[in-house]
Design a protein around this ligand. Structure first.
Ligand code: TRP
Length: 362
């Protein structure tokens, strides 16, 4: 009860933990980068796409380059929340690492690992589960939404408990900042609740707390729409993969939904599909969307799509070339994961030892 947030700062800066009570922080407010530890990750269910790139990957690389300590997680156990079998898991895992490296994450500076390879991380799930009620688990709006969209006949237990596992992902390394999208905020709240309750229930003998209270780092990057006008998604076939070749990129973009108005404008509310394409070209060209729309003018959807195709292919050419080079050496990708797991295991073992000690489980 008495352990204040400020007492938890073993890896996290006091400033970050005491700046308000908010669970989120804007991207541009990171000062003193070296005082933070960031953890984020993805499920290995398919190739990363342009939405991931502009939504989070670019940001991660920026944080890394600012000197923030980065942990990037391949959440392989989390794949089997909404499907029976983790299809082609090894391949998806390696390709995720490939996308990370191609985008600019540097395994010398960022710890890239799969959580299934870190036993002590997974063991944190047990005490953490005791800190949340079944009612709380079943109220999670993101979980509810995923259940609504799941094609499984029955909802499995991991679906309800994976947010707690995700808390273990974050807390094993005492990360204080978690770059995520809006849909992950309920999970971040679970992690914060678990950290708080754990610290209250099991303080160190000197009263200090074991875990920091992690905060979401919401990127201000706009959400890109898929080519069908819906949310861009790995599994909906409506996205350009980071590693797609130029022809496939052109095909996907040519198939994008637009509207009948020849005059191109940037109006995300009134014309979401057209505006999504304009935005994509703008992000690639690092210009204002309005300027892109103006330039295409009366050229209609066909001209707009040509602009988008050229912009995407041009912008991603160096990344894709790097990706192709890295793809030739699968052994290197596995080596990156092995080394990441080794670092993660050292940290997870220490955290688990600390957890067992404060719980009196020696
Ligand atoms: N649930 C996240 C997603 O689908 C992936 C993830 C797993 C994650 N563990 C995490 C993200 C921990 C941030 C922190 O995108």
């Amino acid at each position: 009860m008495t352990t204040s947030a400020t007492a938890t700062a073993s890896t996290a800066s006091t400033a970050a933990l005491t700046a308000g009570t908010s669970d989120r922080t804007a991207q541009d407010r990171i000062d003193d980068p070296s005082s933070h530890r960031v953890l984020t990750g993805d499920r290995p269910t398919g190739p990363l796409h342009l939405g991931h790139y502009f939504g989070t990957l670019q940001n991660r690389v920026r944080l890394q380059d600012q000197g923030v300590e980065m942990f990037v997680l391949v959440a392989d156990y989390q794949v089997i929340t909404d499907r029976d079998i983790a299809d082609r898991l090894a391949e998806h895992t390696e390709n995720l690492v490939l996308d990370y490296l191609a985008a600019g994450l540097d395994p010398e500076r960022a710890t890239i690992f799969a959580h299934s390879a870190v036993p002590a991380l997974n063991q944190l799930l047990l005490p953490f589960l005791s800190l949340v009620s079944v009612a709380e688990l079943s109220r999670n709006p993101t979980v509810k939404d995923e259940i609504a969209h799941s094609s499984q006949a029955a909802v499995n237990g991991l679906m309800f408990t994976y947010p707690v596992h995700q808390a273990a992902d974050i807390l094993f390394c005492k990360a204080d900042l978690v770059p995520v999208g809006q849909d992950q905020l309920p999970h971040l709240e679970v992690a914060r609740t678990i950290a708080r309750r754990f610290n209250e229930r099991y303080p160190h003998a000197d009263g200090s707390a074991v875990f920091p209270r992690p905060r979401a780092l919401l990127s201000d990057a706009p959400m890109l729409l898929g080519t069908d006008g819906g949310k861009m998604s790995k599994s909906r076939g409506n996205a350009v993969a980071l590693g797609a070749d130029e022809d496939a990129t052109a095909r996907t973009i040519r198939g994008a939904k637009t509207d009948a108005d020849r005059r191109i404008s940037y109006d995300p509310v009134g014309r979401p599909e057209v505006s999504g394409l304009v935005l994509l070209a703008a992000l690639c060209q690092d210009r204002d969307p309005e300027a892109i729309a103006e330039e295409v003018g009366d050229g209609g959807a066909a001209a707009l799509k040509r602009t988008v195709i050229d912009s995407v292919n041009e912008y991603f050419r160096p990344l894709r070339a790097r990706r192709a080079e890295l793809a030739a050496d699968r052994g290197h990708l596995r080596q990156v994961l092995r080394e990441g797991a080794e670092r993660a295991n050292t940290i997870a073992d220490a955290t688990l030892a600390e957890v067992r000690e404060v719980m009196g489980a020696i």
